[in-house]
Design a protein around this ligand. Structure first.
Ligand code: ZN
Length: 174
């Protein structure tokens, strides 16, 4: 079977990307949204599956002990930013934890499609991107992270995570 790639668009949601969002990550988010848009367009042209990974919390989610309330199921903040709106045929996978694999059907979905390589874009580099990349590598997927298409609250944490993914997880950072 030929190696098949899928694009994971991580947490490009109003609460992280829009200035009035509950956990707005700053100007970097706007820059990243542009990059992600171009990458999604290219993926669609190439027939690559586009999978949106979406933070989707309970109102009393345990994660809110660490972070203020965000991306609560059913709220505007939990919606994908409109400029990156999914199209028919795209996949949407909600999650409650940092890793897109934890407690979701992402792995089963990828296996059904015969996917063995993942391209990761979105936010936050050192949180959901990092821990999704970690689980993907534990499951033996090949992983590429696009440097200009990921961002975080802190530039330092962003750079640390890219380095960690590259040197410890064997992720290709391009
Ligand atoms: Zn969250």
């Amino acid at each position: 079977m030929s190696r098949k790639k899928a694009l994971l668009v991580i947490d490009m949601l109003n609460d992280f990307v829009k200035p009035d969002g509950a956990l707005y990550i700053g100007e970097a988010a706007q820059r990243v949204a542009k990059e992600v848009e171009a990458i999604i367009d290219k993926a669609r042209q190439e027939g690559m599956p586009v999978i949106y990974i979406c933070d989707n919390h309970r109102a009393d989610d345990a994660e809110f002990n660490m972070f203020k309330s965000h991306c609560v199921k059913g709220t505007k903040g939990a919606e994908i930013v409109e400029e990156l709106a999914p199209q028919p045929g795209d996949y949407i996978i909600p999650k409650r934890r940092y890793s897109a694999f934890f407690g979701t059907d992402l792995d089963a979905t990828l296996r059904e499609m015969g996917v063995s390589e993942l391209v990761l874009v979105g936010v936050c580099t050192n949180i959901c991107v990092l821990y999704t990349a970690a689980d993907a590598r534990m499951l033996n997927y090949d992983v590429t992270v696009v440097r200009n298409a990921v961002a975080s609250f802190s530039e330092e944490a962003h750079e640390f995570a890219l380095k960690e993914m590259e040197s410890t997880l064997g992720v290709k950072v391009e």
